[in-house]
Design a protein. Structure first.
Length: 374
């Protein structure tokens, strides 16, 4: 099944509920399409054939019914927004899992001393735990960027029609709520013309892959045969992801450049350059970011320092102080802050999941009410 078909069915159900509640179309027509969609949602139909299939089974009026109070432009913008929301939440959860792995390993390897590097030369010693904590904090900031990008995905474009709204007394806030949005868009043209939230989402994902690329470069240096400070359980196969991680930002940079190039000089309206061509560049880039986070989880969890943690008495005091980047105890305070960020990130995802579940339940209840209404 095409990735957008379940979302299309969901949008149509919410739209039909709103039309019935506003009494803009006959309830019998709405009920007929809703009952048909119940059987279609779990079928094997490509989204490209969806409208033709509806017309074939229910008659040509079915397509006209679904187009009441909406147009292709706001529908496409809504489907892009829904797909982006689903991806961003799932990706954020994976990134937060990586953040947790880094924090756990930082705590476990807090005393293990490794050589720091400056311009590829050995420099002041640091502990592996202190290093991992720094990476975890950087990952946390990129998750903050993802959260900020999500702010542009909390308003629903549905109801904007082709960019000038509609004279029909529709209720865009109702459909927005049934789909899990906080509100409907307040400017019809902006709703159908803009994809800036998607670009920010892609940019935040690219920023995260840059952090992971640099992380992979350090692990590669520490695991080289001539140094062998870090080992992996299945070498050399387990070190291949390091090479992919180092190069992965290029794919996201290419995706962002392709999307921006397609959007540039396009009219500020619902256009194919923006809604279709630009977005075709975005999705492969986002998929590449997901793969990068999965690889980073594997290498962060599998990397092991070869040297055991020395007893405090075996380490000169000056080394102990400098290895924590500012003296003994300099690990605890930044760790607590990083852990608090992880808790906040996790809470954000849980809250969004719960809000979406409530919206899904509300949509099911609304559909049931329309179907059972005498």
């Amino acid at each position: 099944m095409h990735v957008e078909l379940p979302m299309r069915v969901k949008v149509d159900r919410a739209h039909l509920v709103m039309l019935a509640e506003r009494r803009l179309v006959a309830r019998e027509r709405v009920v007929a399409v809703l009952r048909f969609l119940e059987t279609l949602a779990c079928g094997d139909l490509d989204a490209a054939d969806y409208e033709a299939y509806l017309a074939e089974r229910l008659g040509p009026d079915a397509g006209g019914l679904l187009e009441t109070g909406r147009a292709r432009d706001d529908l496409d913008a809504t489907l892009t927004s829904l797909r982006s929301r689903a991806w961003l939440l799932g990706f954020a959860e994976k990134a937060i899992r990586l953040e947790a792995i880094l924090l756990a390993r930082a705590r476990a390897y807090e005393p293990v001393i490794l050589p720091g590097h400056t311009r590829f030369r050995a420099a002041a010693p640091i502990t592996y735990g202190y290093y991992l904590l720094g990476v975890a904090r950087a990952v946390g900031r990129e998750i903050d960027a993802l959260v900020a990008a999500a702010g542009g995905l909390h308003t629903c474009p549905l109801g904007a029609c082709a960019g000038a709204g509609t004279d029909l007394p529709i209720d865009p806030s109702r459909t927005a709520g049934l789909l899990g949005y906080l509100d409907a868009g307040r400017h019809a043209l902006d709703a159908v013309a803009s994809r800036d939230a998607v670009l920010r989402m892609l940019g935040a994902a690219a920023g995260l892959t840059v952090v992971l690329s640099r992380f992979a470069a350090d692990l590669q240096a520490w695991s080289a045969a001539e140094s062998s400070f870090i080992s992996f359980p299945d070498r050399p196969r387990s070190t291949f992801p390091l090479e992919h991680l180092k190069a992965r930002p290029a794919r996201l940079a290419g995706a962002w450049a392709g999307a921006v190039s397609a959007m540039a000089a396009a009219p500020f309206a619902g256009t194919a350059e923006v809604g279709a061509e630009a977005m075709e560049n975005v999705w492969p880039g986002l998929s590449a970011a997901e793969q990068a986070v999965a690889m980073a989880q594997t290498v962060a969890g599998g990397a092991r320092p070869d040297a055991p943690a020395p007893a405090p008495a075996e380490v000169p005091e000056q080394v102990r102080e400098h290895s924590y980047g500012g003296g003994p105890g300099a690990f605890a305070e930044p760790y607590q802050r990083a852990y608090a960020s992880w808790v906040r990130h996790r809470r954000w995802c849980v809250d969004w999941r719960e809000a979406q579940a409530e919206a899904d339940a509300a949509l099911e209840a609304a559909v049931k009410s329309v179907l059972e209404q005498p």
